[in-house]
Design a protein around this ligand. Structure first.
Ligand SMILES: [Zn+2]
Length: 605
């Protein structure tokens, strides 16, 4: 059943513009963004008033640890904490679950475990470990968004680290599939050579000095070289060492396909303030000095660091060894999913950054870099994942913590910014401390690679379903592979505009007439608005269609998604009596829109 809803606010954050707006939502998708007071009478309305409406956040680095270590967190607790923190999409890391996501079977086990448990949408990274090169393509085909590996021991035995020869083996496969390799960038050499500052294992200074910046810097130098050599996309996870920024800046300016994330804990805390024995702050690479932290902020502002993820990595409290305070025995990982937004916003506003900028870092860019379609921005056609946020309100302690384990360095910390409400694909999943009755998160797949890998015949027929010009479908097939969704959509438009009028007419003929029944599932969905139309409207549509065809010699083409029968009739009438050339252009533009929506469906569902 079709469900419509309007969410409106005085401060709606959209790419490139913020201000009063109404977001019109149908069946979980943003259909239109209109003036603040454009909600039709009687429609279901969420009025955010003076609060901010922003896109649901996209956290591409979380460890939910299920199956195998569900007692550390699990999909249920982790994704509830996400919802409470304004995060509507998570991409789960391949390790700390057992089996790890390093084989196609491991991914199946994870999909099985995640089903019906997730409160937000969830996708998965695969893992690269020594000897699993033959699993890369099967994992891509099954829908992972890319691959993660370690250059130092990961902390769990079933996910061993890789060396440069291993990377040389898998990078051509990853590059060939237009996938991406995420790397925990610390090299073991500098860590082995490091001298501890003090003898006490309770001393933070001691732990910090055991994981020197050079371990990160040298790893990043290696990864820049390899990324360049193999033309492979490499993504540096959780950058801590600001000393690596000049090399990254240079590489990026030379066009090396390398991207970078950092985490809230590197941006909020500093080594100077961490008391001895305070193991909830332990993570690897470690939280470094104030001076380092401020350079990370500058690199974010400059764009050398692309975005921020939480690297939420919880464990049972006992593993943090609070009684001994031994940094070298404690589990390395910070519990943070619920407080990622508040902690980043607290620090960002203190430094003069806008909430719009924070949304870029926590939603728009991670969605883009990880290739998660229809997420991370309030634009027409995207999923209606929205957060109602109160940016000036202070978090009051104690707070209900929704992670399974409550030990987190954010507990009791002065934080600004409260998530009032979280909406996932049009459904409120969290509202001032209350959750929906049951979880409604979906599994997300990286399907673009399937299109790239399909046989020529199969790809042509998939493209032909999106646009019924055989020339267009053949060209789109030949112009594969597409390394991103954007590249695919842009190429679709460009190719369409290269075609002849006859090619366009062929594509138009593939559509059923508006108001006519069709066996095509996509046409049926697109024309859903005519199903509920009254008989009188349908009759008038048929009559107007006939006149249109007589006048122009091709059928009336309109991107019908979300439009009612009456709206389509009005549009049809407005386009009658134009000259043929103008009307061809109109129809061509509508076909472009239809193709776009269909390509998105193809790649994302
Ligand atoms: Zn991690």
């Amino acid at each position: 059943m079709s469900r419509t809803l309007v969410v409106r606010g005085k401060h709606v954050i959209r790419p490139g513009s913020s201000g009063p707006a109404s977001i019109h939502i149908q069946d979980g998708v943003i259909m239109a963004i209109d003036k603040f007071d454009s909600a039709p009478a009687g429609i279901e309305l969420v009025d955010a008033g003076d609060d901010v409406v922003m896109p649901g956040l996209v956290d591409t680095h979380v460890h939910l640890n299920e199956p195998g270590r569900t007692e550390w967190e699990g999909f249920h607790f982790g994704t509830r904490a996400a919802a409470a923190g304004g995060v509507t999409t998570v991409i789960d890391m391949p390790l700390n679950s057992n089996p790890p996501t390093t084989t196609a079977d491991g991914l199946q086990a994870k999909l099985e475990a995640a089903r019906h448990q997730c409160w937000v949408d969830a996708g998965f990274w695969g893992g690269v470990v020594p000897g699993n090169g033959d699993q890369i393509e099967p994992l891509i085909a099954d829908g992972v968004f890319g691959f993660k590996c370690f250059l130092v021991p990961s902390g769990v035995d079933e996910f061993p680290e890789v060396t440069e020869p291993d990377l040389r083996e898998v990078l051509p496969v990853i590059a060939g599939n237009h996938s991406v390799l995420l790397v925990h960038a610390e090299l073991p050499g500098p860590i082995a050579a490091a001298r501890r500052a003090t003898g006490s294992p309770r001393s933070y200074e001691s732990y910090l000095s055991s994981r020197p910046r050079t371990a990160e810097n040298e790893a990043i130098e290696l990864l820049i070289r390899l990324s360049k050599e193999f033309a492979a996309r490499v993504h540096i996870v959780h950058l801590s060492s600001a000393d690596a920024i000049p090399a990254l800046r240079r590489a990026r300016s030379e066009g090396v396909p390398i991207t970078v994330e950092t985490c809230p804990h590197y941006l909020a805390f500093s080594a100077e303030e961490i008391p001895d024995g305070a193991t909830p702050f332990k993570c690897a690479p470690p939280i470094r000095e104030k001076e380092n932290r401020e350079r990370l902020w500058a690199a974010l502002a400059e764009g050398v660091i692309d975005f921020i993820t939480t690297d939420h990595s919880p464990c049972p409290a006992s593993m943090k060894r609070m009684e001994s305070g031994d940094f070298f025995q404690a589990w390395g990982g910070i519990t943070s999913l619920q407080f990622g937004l508040a902690s980043v916003w607290t620090e960002a506003q203190r430094r003069g950054y806008s909430l719009e900028q924070v949304v870029e870092w926590l939603a728009t860019r991670p969605a883009r870099v990880a290739g998660v379609p229809r997420k991370g921005a309030i634009v027409e056609g995207n999923d209606a994942d929205l957060v109602v946020f109160r940016p000036d309100a202070a978090v009051s302690w104690p707070q209900v913590l929704h992670h399974r384990h409550k030990l987190t360095p954010y507990d009791g910390r002065p934080l600004i910014g409260i998530v009032e409400r979280t909406i996932l694909r049009g459904t409120t999943i969290y509202d001032r401390g209350e959750f929906a009755v049951s979880p409604s998160g979906k599994i997300l797949y990286g399907l673009l690679n399937r299109l790239n890998k399909a046989s020529a015949d199969e790809a042509r027929s998939l493209f032909f379903r999106c646009c019924g010009s055989s020339k267009w479908a053949a060209l789109m097939e030949r112009r594969r592979p597409y390394s991103s969704l954007n590249e695919l959509l842009e190429q679709a438009d460009r190719t369409w505009n290269e075609l002849s009028v006859d090619d366009w007419l062929e594509a138009f003929r593939a559509h059923p007439q508006i108001g006519e029944s069709s066996t095509s599932k996509w046409s049926q969905e697109e024309q859903a608005g005519t199903r509920s139309a009254e008989a009188a409207v349908l009759k008038e549509l048929a009559e107007a269609n006939r006149r249109y065809y007589e006048q122009f010699g091709f059928i009336f083409i309109i991107c019908a998604s979300g439009k009612s029968g009456a709206e389509m009739l009005a549009a049809l009438r407005a386009r009658l009596n134009k000259d043929r050339e103008t009307e061809l252009r109109n129809a061509g533009e509508q076909q472009s829109l239809i193709t776009r929506l269909r390509l998105l469906k193809l790649v994302t569902s």
